[in-house]
Design a protein around this ligand. Structure first.
Ligand code: ASP
Length: 628
């Protein structure tokens, strides 16, 4: 592109500034984030958006913004008149030339705050209509409005920084995997159903009328085929599509760092990908994690934290006073308290320093556990005061001696508040885990600037699906059982005759050769060693009540491939959006996706999904039925 005459006439002869080489061009000699006091006296040309305009008497101050920062421009009387005659307002695109001078009123909050540009001339490169919200850190726009005008929202610092962070995560990922011999290979998006257990998004085929592609829930089967092809270290930063009801922080399309390796055992995978996450933390956050990641079995995680993605930034471990099979705390034996007597499970946490909670505060906690999302009938508490006395909501039923036994069992110290939940096993465990996180938040123990990682291993291979009285894969059907459990799987029938006691079925004890990586209480990655033997895979389908026909129809290509020498293999996939959100100290993955969907799966900006024309339906040989 030729130098525009305007800028050609203004371009200073020498402007050897930092980054100049990359960022100057036909329109500008420097960006809005680069100038410092040392540049005083230089003539520069900037281009960017008008963030604010402030008039002071006959002169005007404009904050000009680009991706790199904000620079204050000062327009004298003559230039102010020109600004006014051109109706320059917020978000106009300006090109302005002037000289750098020291500001009398310095702004310590921005890097360019010591200087301003005395404008000699400027040009409106493009006008703007008034934006629907202010494009500033603390914007006045609500979420829906900002989603609709996402391209404007992306001009804001926070979102720009989020996308920059995302880019540094993908760059660190590629660097690490490349240096470990991984090769990035793309796999198709128009495929057949994949096995991750959610609903597929489907795409009708025009050329094959009445037939549909499914969008991949993950590249799982393809990456396994690549192992059969001999690409022993594969990765891909890839979009996955799952048509799920969108709970608070899910997106129908999201990105995985998807990886697979051949000739590996679980230990190889754990070490390789522990290396990846450490490398990302180092490159992106400057944090050098030297220690190996902690490892915890699924059973221990459930026992001590109530869930399989424990937040280990703080202790407050769950204490199991009574479980389905056993009373662990003697003080409970022979009590006259019906609720505890009848409960399948009694679990407690000891909250440090909360013994002085008022009645109002404990009532609030009771309301909290009674909310439908938690669903408990009530909450019992014991206040273990600093002076050693105990005050409890259950002291009608338990003498002070017994309450001390509770406190000792829970490892409580003077000053602690013991919170106790009782009820059905699954619900109570889930509730205590939520309560623990809630109290962790309240006490400020979940600090987003620290990153605590661990591996969770030894998951059950199967989960019981009550509705259909059958086993389903907890991970996916290609996950291998632990070597020591293969015999149990081969020699037992999957049929569940005693629904009530399904946990006593031998399949309930089979462990998966699978692992999850957990960071700050979020599952950020998960994978497994795969089944690579045709017969074991067949047995797996049988266990999952997938008929030969169905298996053949859905995954026949993989089974066929396995006849041609499949190497032992395994892999993992990380949720890139989630990793970015956690590293960015945010709860929401949406803030780390350039163009996300809302909770109804809608893209508010382009207004999708939307109806298609009759002509398109006809071409696809489709007709629309009643809406469900
Ligand atoms: N495909 C799996 C998932 O999306 C990950 C894996 O097993 O590698 O969860």
């Amino acid at each position: 592109m030729a130098l525009t005459p305007f800028i050609a006439s203004l371009r200073p002869n020498s402007c050897n500034f930092a980054l100049q080489k990359y960022l100057s061009g036909m329109y500008r000699t420097i960006t809005c984030g680069a100038l410092r006091i040392a540049d005083k006296g230089k003539t520069v040309t900037l281009a960017g958006w008008v963030q604010t305009i402030r008039k002071f008497g006959s002169i005007t101050f404009v904050d000009l913004r680009d991706r790199y920062g904000i620079t204050q421009l000062v327009f004298d009387e003559k230039e102010t008149q020109k600004l006014e005659s051109e109706n320059v307002g917020r978000e106009f695109v300006l090109q302005a030339t002037g000289s750098v001078r020291e500001r009398s009123n310095k702004n310590k909050n921005i890097p360019t705050g010591e200087i301003e540009i005395e404008i000699h001339s400027f040009k409106v490169l493009n006008p703007s209509v008034t934006p629907p919200f202010t494009i500033q850190d603390d914007t006045d726009g609500g979420e829906d409005l900002r989603m609709k005008y996402r391209y404007l929202d992306l001009r804001r610092n926070v979102l720009r920084k989020n996308l920059e962070l995302r880019y540094s995560v993908t760059r660190a990922t590629r660097n690490y995997l490349h240096s470990h011999n991984f090769i990035e290979i793309e796999t198709p998006y128009l495929i057949k159903s994949t096995p991750e257990g959610a609903r597929d998004f489907v795409v009708p085929s025009r050329m094959n009328a009445h037939e549909f592609y499914a969008l991949p829930q993950s590249p799982q089967t393809f990456k396994q085929l690549l192992m059969v092809s001999g690409f022993d270290r594969y990765y891909q930063i890839v979009k996955c599509f799952r048509d799920e009801d969108l709970r608070a922080d899910r997106q129908p399309e999201f990105t995985q760092i998807d990886c697979e390796m051949s000739f590996v055992e679980q230990e190889d995978i754990l070490q390789t990908f522990e290396g990846l996450i450490k490398s990302i933390l180092k490159d992106v956050k400057g944090i050098d994690l030297k220690e190996p990641l902690q490892r915890m079995s699924f059973a221990d995680a459930m026992w001590n934290y109530g869930n399989d993605k424990p937040d280990i930034r703080f202790e407050m471990l769950v204490k199991n006073l009574k479980t389905e099979s056993e009373i662990h705390l003697d003080a409970l034996k022979g009590s006259s308290f019906g609720v505890f007597e009848q409960a399948e499970t009694i679990l407690a946490i000891s909250v440090p320093g909360a013994a002085d909670y008022s009645r109002k505060q404990t009532d609030e906690l009771t309301d909290w556990v009674r909310r439908p999302q938690i669903g408990m009938a009530g909450l019992a508490y014991i206040k273990y005061h600093e002076d050693g006395s105990l005050k409890s909501s259950i002291d009608k039923f338990f003498s002070p001696d017994k309450l001390i036994q509770f406190a000792d069992f829970c490892g409580s110290k003077k000053g602690d508040l013991i919170l106790i939940l009782a009820g059905k096993e699954e619900k109570t465990r889930k509730a205590i885990s939520e309560l623990r996180l809630f109290m962790g938040d309240r006490l400020g123990l979940r600090d987003n600037s620290i990153f605590k990682l661990l591996w969770v291993t030894d998951f059950p291979l199967f989960e019981y699906e009550e509705e259909n009285n059958r086993w389903v894969a907890r991970h996916h059907p290609f996950t291998s059982p632990k070597p020591e459990d293969i015999d149990t799987m081969i020699h037992n029938s999957p049929v569940i005759t005693d629904k009530e006691h399904y946990l006593k079925h031998p399949f309930a004890a089979i462990k998966a050769n699978a692992y999850d990586m957990v960071m700050n209480g979020n599952e950020i990655g998960g994978g497994s060693i795969r089944i690579h033997q045709k017969d074991l895979q067949k047995k797996m389908f049988e266990a999952l009540a997938i008929s030969d026909e169905e298996a053949n129809e859905k995954f026949g290509f993989l089974m066929n491939a396995f006849q041609y020498g499949a190497p032992p293999h395994g892999g993992i996939a990380f949720g890139l959006d989630r990793v970015c959100a956690i590293l960015g100290g945010s709860e929401s993955i949406r803030d780390f996706i350039a163009f996300p969907k809302n909770n109804n799966g809608r893209d508010m900006m382009i207004d999708a999904p939307s109806p298609i024309e009759d002509k398109q339906l006809k071409e696809l040989s489709l007709a629309l039925g009643e809406i469900n």
